[in-house]
Design a protein around this ligand. Structure first.
Ligand code: GDP
Ligand code: MG
Ligand code: ZN
Length: 366
C-alpha cells in the first residue's frame, strides 16, 4: 500500500472506519500557498479554511500530520490523533506555541564541533525529545574543521547519558553510515539544531541530491543565517522521510507531547512526570532525575536540603552530578513558566469566545 511508504501504520488506521482508510493524506509541507498533502502517489495542495485559524496552533494540521479531506480534496476536514508532536514557544510578545512537526520517529539533534557546541543546549534539546517521547540521536557536524572532534564527541556523550552520538563531516557521504543505519524506510526523522550547524547539508548528503539550499556561515564565530525557510518532509531514496526546517536560534523549551495542554500540567507535577521516562530512561538526565524525584520523602521537595531527598542521596553516592541537577531545575522552571503563560493564553481565548457568543467585542478588538 502506498500510504505505508509515508509512515501510515495501525496507530492511524485504527482511528478510521473501514471506508475512510484510503482517503488519508500526509502533510508533507506547509507553504504560503497551502498545505501540501500526499497519498504516496500524488500530491495535492490545499489552503486551510478560515475556521482552522480560529483554532490554537496546536489544533491545526502540522507537517507530518495525517489528515482527511472532503471527497473533492478541496478542504481538510480533520487530522488524526498524533503519536507525538514537536513544538516550541514562538518568539514574540504573545505567548504561543509553534508546531515543528508531528508523528516523528527519530529526533536528530544537530550541533557542530565549534563555538556553537554547548552541553546545555544539547540537554535542552534532549528534554524536548523526552517530553515528546521521541527517540533522540545526536549528530555533531564539522568534525573536519575541529582539532579535536573526539573531544566534542566525548562531551556530547556525557550530556546525552546513553544517547547515540555520531561525529561526522556532513559533506562527506562516506561518513554517514552510522546515521543511515538508523533510518528505516517510512520512518520519519526530524532535524533540529541552530541555524548553520549543517542540517540541510546532512539532508542533502543523505539524499545524495540537493533537496534544500545551504548557505555559508562565518566559521570564525559559527553564526548562521536562516537559509531554509520552509518546513518540508523530504522523501529520501532509501525510503525514510526527513523533516528539515528553519534553524532554531533560541529553542524555547517545548511543553509536553501530543497531549492536550491540560495534561501537560499534570505531567509537570511530581510522580506523573515519571511517565515520561520509559522510552528515554537513562537517555538523558531530565528523565533520570524526574524518576529519582519520585523517591523523595516530600512531594514538594526542592531537592535542596530537605531530609529524605532521593536526588541529594544520588549526588552523595556519585550516581548523579550536581551540575546536571542544576541544569535540570533551570529547564524545569523555564518549562513551568511556559506552561503558565500558555494557560493564560487559553483563558484569554476562552474569554474572547464567550464574549463573541454574547456579541461583545473581543480582546483583539480593544
Ligand atoms: N566543513 C564542513 N562544513 C559543513 C559541515 N556541515 C555543514 N557545513 C557547512 O556549513 C554551512 C551551513 O550549513 P547548512 O546545512 O546550511 O546549515 P543549516 O542551517 O543547519 O541547514 C554550509 O556552508 C555547509 O557547507 C561539515 O560537517 N563540515
Ligand atoms: Mg538549513
Ligand atoms: Zn528531593
Amino acid at each position: 500500500m502506498q500510504l505505508a511508504s509515508l509512515g501510515w501504520r495501525p496507530f492511524f488506521a485504527d482511528q478510521l472506519a473501514a471506508n475512510e482508510a484510503t482517503a488519508a493524506l500526509r502533510v508533507m509541507g506547509i507553504h504560503r500557498g497551502g498545505h501540501v498533502l500526499s497519498d504516496g502517489v500524488r500530491d495535492v495542495r490545499i489552503r486551510l479554511g478560515r475556521l482552522w485559524y480560529r483554532q490554537a496552533p496546536e489544533n491545526r494540521p502540522a507537517v507530518g500530520d495525517w489528515v482527511l479531506t472532503d471527497q473533492h480534496r478541496s478542504k481538510i476536514e480533520r487530522f488524526l490523533k498524533r503519536q507525538n508532536v514537536l513544538r516550541r514557544m514562538a518568539s514574540g510578545a504573545k505567548a504561543d506555541v509553534q508546531l515543528i512537526g508531528a508523528n516523528i520517529d527519530t529526533l536528530v539533534i544537530v550541533s557542530s564541533c565549534n563555538a556553537e557546541f554547548s552541553m546545555a543546549r544539547l540537554q535542552r534539546y534532549l528534554t524536548v525529545a523526552a517530553d515528546a517521547e521521541i527517540e533522540p540521536l545526536i549528530v555533531l557536524t564539522k568534525a573536519d574543521l575541529a582539532t579535536s572532534a573526539e573531544g566534542y564527541g566525548q562531551r556530547a556523550r556525557e550530556a546525552g547519558g546513553g544517547v547515540a552520538v555520531e561525529v561526522v563531516n556532513a559533506l562527506d557521504a562516506a561518513m554517514l553510515g552510522g546515521i543511515r543505519a538508523r533510518l528505516q524506510p517510512a520512518c520519519t526523522v526530524a532535524l533540529l539544531g541552530s541555524s548553520g550547524v549543517g542540517k540541510t547539508t546532512l539532508l542533502n548528503a543523505l539524499a545524495g541530491a540537493e533537496f534544500g539550499a545551504t548557505r555559508a556561515i562565518r566559521e570564525s564565530d559559527a553564526k548562521g543565517r536562516h537559509t531554509t525557510t520552509q518546513r518540508l518532509l523530504h522523501r529520501l531514496p532509501d525510503g525514510s522521510l526527513v523533516l528539515d526546517g528553519p534553524g532554531v536560534r533560541e529553542f524555547g523549551v517545548a511543553v509536553g507531547a501530543g497531549d492536550p495542554l491540560p495534561a501537560t500540567k499534570q505531567r509537570l507535577t511530581r510522580g506523573a512526570s515519571a511517565a515520561v521516562a520509559p522510552r528515554t530512561a537513562g537517555g538523558h538526565w531530565g528523565a533520570y532525575i524526574e524518576a529519582l524525584a519520585g523517591g523523595c520523602r516530600f512531594a514538594d521537595c526542592r531537592h535542596d536540603t530537605e531530609p529524605g531527598c532521593a536526588i541529594q542521596t544520588a549526588i552523595a553516592e556519585g550516581r548523579l552530578q550536581r551540575r546536571h541537577v542544576e541544569g535540570y531545575l533551570k529547564l524545569r522552571d523555564e518549562r513551568n513558566r511556559h506552561a503558565t503563560s500558555l494557560a493564560a493564553r487559553d483563558r484569554r481565548d476562552q474569554r474572547g469566545r464567550r464574549r463573541q457568543r454574547r456579541g461583545e467585542p473581543t480582546d483583539d478588538e480593544h
